[in-house]
Design a protein around this ligand. Structure first.
Ligand SMILES: CC(=O)N[C@H]1[C@@H](OP(=O)(O)OP(=O)(O)OC[C@H]2O[C@@H](n3ccc(=O)[nH]c3=O)[C@H](O)[C@@H]2O)O[C@H](CO)[C@H](O)[C@@H]1O
Ligand SMILES: [Mn+2]
Length: 320
């Protein structure tokens, strides 16, 4: 698009008599549309995205297609090892194959990756052909009866394993839901000391309508007049020390809530939102990085769907 614009600028008919001949034969509308076309070329060249917010009020980039150059970033992160944490407890092991197969196609291609698969069913972890420099580490963990407890205890397990081994094994952690698949590039553009992802249901909503925990008794409480974004529980991460701090704090807050007999409305996601309000992420990922095609119509500003929900039958899969 920018090359096309440059060609137009330097084309002789812009400055010769041909221009006059051209305008005479065309309507005002056509001239206007030519001008608009030039203007949009200019906008696309110098302001890659005019249709979306590309920076938070604390100067953290918001990652949308068109805002980054993978060749530059891949060179910057050449010697980086990325750990991906994913939980497949009880019936959720069925999601692992598609998750891992699509991750091999799209996640951090060309970089060193360790998949940390937390499961109570190690025998059910599928064997997947991996690219060079990538490995699967199966971590045998316990289970809980309620799906909410499994979801929440991910914070505790990531915290514990961060201290025991992730700190010594990888540079960054990317913490993901398993009931999802990759469908486009997810690379080092996401990496930062601390990052969260805009929840696809709320990226265009105002803070009053965010589904934060609203009861002051909970440690996840956020009043109506506070809040930057509504972040999704299914995609966050950062450097290992930062993820260690985040998961430890969220686990402590959930333990304190439990002692008060209260459970935050959206469990770990509510606590993640509370944490990221007082610890501003250094990068924010757009909903390209977490989308649900069954729940939402894809708007034109969403040029890529990089990581999308896999439909699941809640009755069949949860609490089993
Ligand atoms: C996409 C997204 O933002 N998802 C969040 C959303 O719900 P979801 O509806 O996406 O929650 P979910 O059913 O996917 O559970 C969260 C995750 O816990 C794991 N799991 C859960 C149950 C089980 O029996 N076995 C098992 O392994 C699994 O990795 C799963 O992906 O809200 C949850 C809290 O309410 C979490 O914050 C999720 O991260
Ligand atoms: Mn999920």
């Amino acid at each position: 698009r920018s090359a096309f614009f440059m060609a137009q600028l330097s084309h002789p008919y812009m400055t010769t008599g041909k221009t006059i001949a051209l305008t005479r034969r065309t309507s005002v509308g056509k001239v206007m549309s030519l001008l608009l076309n030039m203007l949009s070329g200019l906008v696309i060249t110098f302001l890659p995205r005019m249709d979306v917010l590309v920076m938070t009020p604390w100067f953290a980039p918001i990652i949308w297609d068109g805002t980054f150059d993978s060749a530059i970033l891949d060179a910057q992160f050449r010697d980086t090892t990325i750990g991906l944490t994913v939980f497949a407890i009880k019936k959720y092991v069925v999601f692992l194959r598609l998750f891992l197969e699509t991750a091999e196609k799209y996640f951090m291609v060309g970089h060193k990756v360790t998949y940390y698969v937390f499961t109570d069913r190690p025998a059910d972890v599928p064997q997947i052909a991996l690219r060079a420099g990538r490995q699967v580490v199966v971590l045998h963990v316990g289970s809980y009866r309620r799906w909410q407890d499994i979801s929440m205890h991910r914070m505790e397990m990531i915290s514990n394993f961060s201290r025991q081994r992730f700190l010594h094994e990888v540079d960054y952690l990317v913490c993901l839901d398993v009931d999802m698949k990759f469908s486009d590039h997810v690379g080092v553009e996401i990496l930062a000391p601390l990052f969260g992802t805009l929840h696809p249901g709320f990226y265009a909503a105002d803070r009053q309508s965010f589904t934060y925990e609203r009861r002051p008794l909970s440690r996840a409480y956020i009043p109506r007049d506070e809040g930057d974004f509504y972040y999704a529980g299914g995609f966050f991460g950062g450097s290992v020390p930062e993820v260690y701090r985040l998961t430890t704090a969220c686990h402590q807050a959930m333990t304190a809530d439990q002692a008060q007999g209260i459970e935050a409305v959206w469990h770990d996601e509510s606590h993640l939102n509370r944490y990221l309000l007082s610890h501003k992420p250094s990068k924010v990922l757009s909903p390209e990085y977490l989308w649900d095609e069954r729940m939402l119509q894809r708007p034109p500003l969403l040029r890529k769907l990089r990581y999308v929900a896999v439909p699941k039958n809640h009755g069949e899969i949860r609490n089993r």
